[in-house]
Design a binder for this molecule. Structure first.
Ligand SMILES: [Zn+2]
Ligand SMILES: [Zn+2]
Length: 452
């Protein structure tokens, strides 16, 4: 053996040897005998994941705690596992298929899911090996996967329980929609990018031809779905609009002018177009004023029949066509360059479309109240304290959480509809007949649950 010490630390000579020694001697296994219990469940990394700084940080901290507790003589279990990562994994497998000229719809749900399991068996272990390289002392024999039978049962059980408690509901709501992945996304799955764009000022004449308000928008194609123009009730510039309607350019519709304190008088012209089907704030305004919602952009990112002569155009092509037509009619008053934040799908980078859609939601308010109270009463402390306000801001303004995804890889929503009487049955085990009419003609909701 070489007796000279190398100048630096040579990890390969040391770490591999000792990690193998620890593992083969079962030193990470939770002992069965009693002792004070101490356990940590790993926040499961995505099965598609590769090691990043966040893993290194949180894994190191967990490892320190577990090793310290073992030295104290505790009965320690550090429980490892991985997350099936619905959209991410589905996209990886879909990319492989596309490279071979196959569309997942040609395969069908069952065959596609088989392919995903195969992928997970062959390639899904990378992140675990990387955690081992970090030295993580998890009890690897107990490794679990979020699609395991046991965990899948737990997901269904919680869904049914929350539904029974009135905390899960199905409804029409504005959600973030990716027209490429063809699925809803949670707010956290949307990445915002500051982009150079334009603010288009458009004149909406009062019915009868009188000069009307000018509204400004970054997405002029959505105007085809406008169902009102909103102004502030104390804005003297718009007093003349009380009780009036305006002609919605490029359509045959006229829409009401509504008065709402939500409008900021100082912003732009002080007049807002209201498109309940394509903007979350407009959706709220629309609800209060009982406005109709007209969906002009379809789930595939193309204009719907409600868009009239623009039907079938891609949303960005439609933008160009709308601008050209507005200009020809003298209704495009001004174009201002304008930097604004645009949401992109976190998996495929497509521009996300706020879209009205029937989805499943978790009521966030009653859950947020408890979390708010915990900090307000001092039971939980935010460190550093300066983030306390952000925490309050976030939870006081929280919106319901969209939990359904239009993908195949994941936990299918445990809800069945009776084809005979439309009864909805929410159950852990697949029901064999309708609880209302006894029919056996039941169909399960095709959507998956977002479980992260
Ligand atoms: Zn996408
Ligand atoms: Zn029935």
């Amino acid at each position: 053996m070489d007796s000279t010490l190398s100048k630096g630390y040579e990890p390969h000579e040391v770490e591999k040897k000792w990690y193998e020694y620890w593992e083969t001697n079962g030193l990470f296994a939770a002992p069965e005998e009693s002792g004070q219990s101490y356990s940590i469940v790993i926040p499961p990394p995505n099965v598609t994941g590769v090691l990043h700084m966040g893993h290194s940080l949180n894994i190191t901290l967990q490892d320190i705690l577990c090793r310290y507790r073992r030295l104290c003589g505790d009965n320690v279990l550090w429980m490892p596992g991985t997350d099936h990562a619905g959209i991410a994994t589905q996209n990886v497998v879909e990319r492989d298929l596309t490279a071979n000229g196959i569309d997942r719809h040609q395969l069908g749900r069952e065959k596609f899911i088989e392919k995903v399991w195969k992928w997970r068996k062959e390639k899904g272990g990378a992140i675990i090996n990387q955690l081992k390289k970090l030295g993580a002392s998890c009890d690897w024999d107990r490794e679990r996967f979020t699609m395991d039978e046991g965990l899948s049962d737990a997901v269904k059980k919680v869904f049914v329980q929350l539904y029974d408690e009135g905390l899960i509901y199905r409804g029409n709501y504005i959600i973030n929609w990716c027209p490429r992945c063809m699925t809803a996304l949670a707010d956290l799955e949307v990445e915002h990018e500051e982009l150079e764009g334009n603010l288009y000022h458009i004149h909406y004449p009062v019915v009868g031809g009188e000069k009307g308000p000018v509204v400004a928008t970054t997405r002029p194609e959505t105007m085809l779905g406008d169902t009102a123009v909103a102004v502030h009730p104390e804005d003297s510039r718009y007093e003349y609009l009380v009780g009036k309607e305006v002609d919605l350019p490029l359509t045959t519709r006229s829409i009401p002018v509504i008065f709402d304190k939500y409008v900021e008088m100082e912003f732009g012209t002080g007049a807002l177009k209201i498109t309940p089907a394509h903007d979350p704030n407009d959706f709220e305004v629309g609800r209060i004023h009982e406005l109709p919602s007209i969906k002009v952009i379809g789930d595939d990112g193309k204009m719907t029949a409600a868009a009239g002569k623009y039907e079938g155009l891609d949303r960005f092509e439609c933008r160009k066509a709308v601008l050209k037509d507005l200009e020809a009619q003298g209704l495009l008053v001004k174009v201002e360059s304008h930097n604004h934040s645009v949401g992109h799908c976190y998996r495929c980078n497509t521009v996300v479309e706020p879209n009205l859609s029937k989805q499943w939601f978790v009521k966030a308010k009653p859950l947020a109240e408890k979390a708010l109270a915990a900090v307000k009463d001092g039971r939980t402390k935010i460190v550093p304290e300066k983030w306390e306000n952000d925490y309050y801001m976030w939870l006081e303004n929280i919106r319901d959480w969209c939990i359904s995804r239009q993908i195949w890889w994941g936990h299918q929503i445990p809800v069945w509809t009776c084809r005979q009487c439309n009864e909805i049955i929410v159950a852990v085990d697949p029901p064999d007949h309708c609880t209302a009419c006894q029919s056996t003609d039941l169909v399960q909701a095709p959507d998956d649950l977002d479980t992260w």
